[in-house]
Design a protein around this ligand. Structure first.
Ligand code: NAD
Length: 256
């Protein structure tokens, strides 16, 4: 079991106790990691504060990934605290409801740009800022994706396109940062009821169909994803990079 004693890292994307990033934070904390969190705005900060306090985390920074100035400031803040980081968790995605409910051919340019910027470019923006700190400790980066990147999942729409860009970014970043010993992977998680998921039309139907068809005949949990995340971020996976790994109760293998 991956040990995180003496390891420290940054987690982007905890919005509340249902967040996948929160599950990962709890798991890494339990294994001994020292954590820092970011929040996108004041409303999220309010929800995050008590959660962070539960884990004794005091390092919390504002960061809207659409703003270069926020990413730059985050880099400065973290560099002042730590001379290297062992891991970064990127658990961020956003698209306007309108661009998830319309026909693909009707997706607006602005909605496309927004979804791609927040959900895909942000990984590149974050890796750029933290490349040196990660290299200092031969760290690992982990992002979160979904099957809708590879297959048509009705109602996932523009987010599927953004996740395809995210998955390609994982591979290119893994190649790029591998030279410095930094690994970049992603988990393709099965559907979990979270704030972000509530924006996906007919999400409940998706959950029900999933539990019926997945080989394990159940949905996946925050804990399932968190344990796999700990593997990808720990020394247990030192030879693994550029992987998109399913944590989906086997759903992806089923044809009809
Ligand atoms: P969540 O709503 O808890 O997390 C999404 C996070 O993105 C929130 O913390 C939100 O504040 C943050 N965010 C949105 N716009 C931002 C911006 N401009 N700057 C900074 N942060 C911003 O939902 P979640 O389901 O835990 O999502 C985490 C990741 O997991 C996402 O990438 C999501 O696509 C992915 N994922 C989720 C599921 C699922 O079914 N829930 C399945 C597969 C993958």
């Amino acid at each position: 079991m991956g040990n995180f004693q003496g390891k420290r890292g940054l987690i982007l994307g905890v919005a509340n106790e249902r967040s996948i990033a929160w599950g990962i934070a709890q798991e890494l904390h339990a294994r001994g990691a020292e954590l820092a969190f970011t929040y996108v705005n004041e409303a999220i900060e309010k929800r995050l504060r008590p959660l962070a306090a539960e884990l004794g985390v005091t390092r919390m920074y504002p960061c809207d990934v659409q703003k270069d100035s926020d990413l730059d400031a985050l880099k400065v803040s973290i560099s002042q605290e730590w001379d290297g980081i062992d891991f970064v968790v990127h658990a961020i995605a956003y698209a306007e409801k309108e661009d998830m409910t319309c026909k693909i051919r009707d997706i607006r340019r602005s909605g496309f740009q927004l979804a791609l910027d927040v959900s895909a470019y942000s990984l590149i923006g974050v890796c750029g800022r933290f490349a040196e700190l990660l290299a200092a400790r031969k760290g690992a980066v982990l992002s979160l994706t979904y099957l809708g990147a590879e297959r048509v999942v009705p109602h996932y729409n523009v987010m599927g396109i953004a996740k395809a860009a995210l998955e390609a970014s994982v591979r290119y970043l893994a190649y790029d940062m591998g030279e410095q010993g930094v690994r970049v992977n992603a988990i393709s998680a099965g559907p979990i009821k979270t704030l972000a998921a509530s924006g996906i039309p007919h999400f409940k139907d998706m959950l029900n169909a999933f539990a019926e068809k997945a080989p394990l005949r159940r949905t996946v949990t925050q804990e399932d994803v968190a344990k796999a995340a700990a593997f990808f971020l720990s020394d247990d996976s030192l030879g693994v990079t550029g992987e998109i790994s399913y944590v989906d109760a086997g759903f992806n293998i089923v044809g009809f």
